[in-house]
Design a protein around this ligand. Structure first.
Ligand SMILES: Nc1nc2c(ncn2[C@@H]2O[C@H](COP(=O)(O)OP(=O)(O)OP(=O)(O)O)[C@@H](O)[C@H]2O)c(=O)[nH]1
Ligand SMILES: [Mg+2]
Ligand SMILES: [Zn+2]
Length: 389
């Protein structure tokens, strides 16, 4: 239990929720391994400036509080509870009341894993209070809930997203795999991170099957996106993954439960840091073994990787920017369509379909683009029936 609890006065800075019992069930800080240090994280000028101006404003009214503020990074979220690394130490923290009462959206922004924050830690205390989330370079968000749901930030300041897809899963048709890769690609581009496609469990797949999947994927993702084949069981493809996470960068693993995300991380670390779980034999589905969002520091000279619970669905809502970045040639061609709101399916004078017929746009890419664009039109309408797309 944090010492803040014993001091009623200090307690007033934190959200008034009974968290002590919950906190006691979280992993002990001393027992955690491979936790990134503050020096492993890339802190940019905008984040430093925001921290300094927050402290300067506070110093005018409360010099003591200002002297207790540090820059830190949220390196784990266990059931919503942050673990923060500052230059000096690693500690649990809770949210300041200002998150609930904040006037602007920025003040109410709850920290996600990877966030750089201003955190208050009074001398002699073992529990911090996160006061402010500093500007995010990137933010990986997913839509939670159906209609009128909210965006959930899954990770912040991510540079690279590994889109993990297991090989040799009997339930997966090539259409399903393509759909999952294409929508993950859009989400990664939308947040400003670099996507890398990673096929896991190569030991379960024969050479012919693998080369056909790779050819199909190359057509789908185009020539720019890296595609890596790994087997954590046989230790293959790991160096290629490491090359994508140089020191000072942060990568996140995205994929369904049972895809082998935690096993891959363990293989990269060289020990069993993450719990892994069996997949169901019937349909190869995982059992949601990973429940926390966890950053780990890979051995030198690599950077930081984030493991996260598997995501069953990746709905697209308002990810137009990501769609345009993932399929730039289609967006460029569409400028020449006769109608502004051309859906590139049946309209006369459609420059996109012409480009596909001329062989300038790959049919696999167009099919993926059309499915995702149409999904986004429908989801935008269900959010706001007045939107006409
Ligand atoms: N054959 C084979 N099995 C693997 C490989 N990598 C992982 N597995 C198995 O796949 C199962 C699921 O692995 P996890 O690493 O727990 O999967 P996960 O993606 O972390 O799943 P969640 O934490 O539930 O999201 C385990 O039984 C692993 O042993 C591999 O390279 N080859
Ligand atoms: Mg896992
Ligand atoms: Zn068109």
């Amino acid at each position: 239990m944090g010492k803040n609890k014993a001091k009623g006065k200090r307690r007033s800075h934190a959200a008034p929720v009974d968290t002590a019992a919950m906190m006691a069930t979280l992993p002990q800080v001393d027992a955690l391994h491979d936790v990134p240090t503050f020096a492993d994280m890339h802190i940019d000028d905008a984040q430093r400036a925001a921290h300094e101006s927050f402290c300067a404003a506070l110093a005018a009214t409360d010099a003591q509080a200002a002297s207790e503020m540090h820059m830190g990074c949220v390196v784990r979220l266990d059931r919503g509870f942050p673990l923060v690394a500052t230059a000096e130490r690693v500690f649990r923290a809770e949210h300041a009341v200002s998150f609930a009462k904040g006037r602007s959206e920025g003040e109410r922004l709850l920290p996600a894993v990877g966030d750089v924050v201003t955190v208050r830690l009074a001398p002699g205390h073992d529990m911090g209070v996160i006061e402010r989330v500093l500007p995010r370079r990137t933010s990986f968000e997913r839509w939670r809930g159906k209609n009128r749901g909210e965006r959930q930030v899954l990770a912040a300041n991510v540079d690279t997203i590994f889109i993990v897809q297991p090989l040799g899963a009997s339930r997966d048709t090539s259409a399903l795999v393509r759909d999952r890769i294409a929508r993950s690609l859009v989400l990664a581009y939308d947040c400003g991170a670099e996507p890398v496609v990673v096929f896991t469990k190569a030991d379960r797949c024969d050479a012919d099957e693998l080369s056909s999947i790779l050819a199909d994927t190359r057509r789908l993702v185009g020539s720019e996106v890296r595609v890596i084949v790994t087997s954590s069981m046989e230790g293959t493809g790991l160096d290629e993954i490491r090359l994508c996470v140089p020191h000072g960068t942060c990568a996140m693993i995205l994929g369904e439960s049972g895809a082998g995300k935690s096993t891959l991380l363990n293989a990269l670390l060289g020990h069993e840091a993450m719990a892994t779980g069996e997949v169901r034999e019937r349909d190869d589905a995982g059992r949601h073994t990973t429940v926390a969002r966890v950053m780990v520091a890979l051995p030198e000279p690599c950077g930081v990787m984030t493991d996260a619970p598997g995501l069953r669905s990746l709905p697209l809502v308002g990810h137009e920017r990501g769609l345009a970045r993932a399929f730039p040639e289609i967006v460029v061609a569409a400028r020449a369509c006769r109608f502004n709101d051309c859906t590139h399916t049946h309209e006369p004078g459609c420059a996109v379909r012409e480009a596909q017929q001329a062989g300038d746009i790959d049919g696999i890419r167009l099919e993926a683009f059309l499915a995702l664009a149409s999904e986004m039109r429908v989801s935008a309408q269900s959010l706001d029936p007045d939107i006409k797309l």
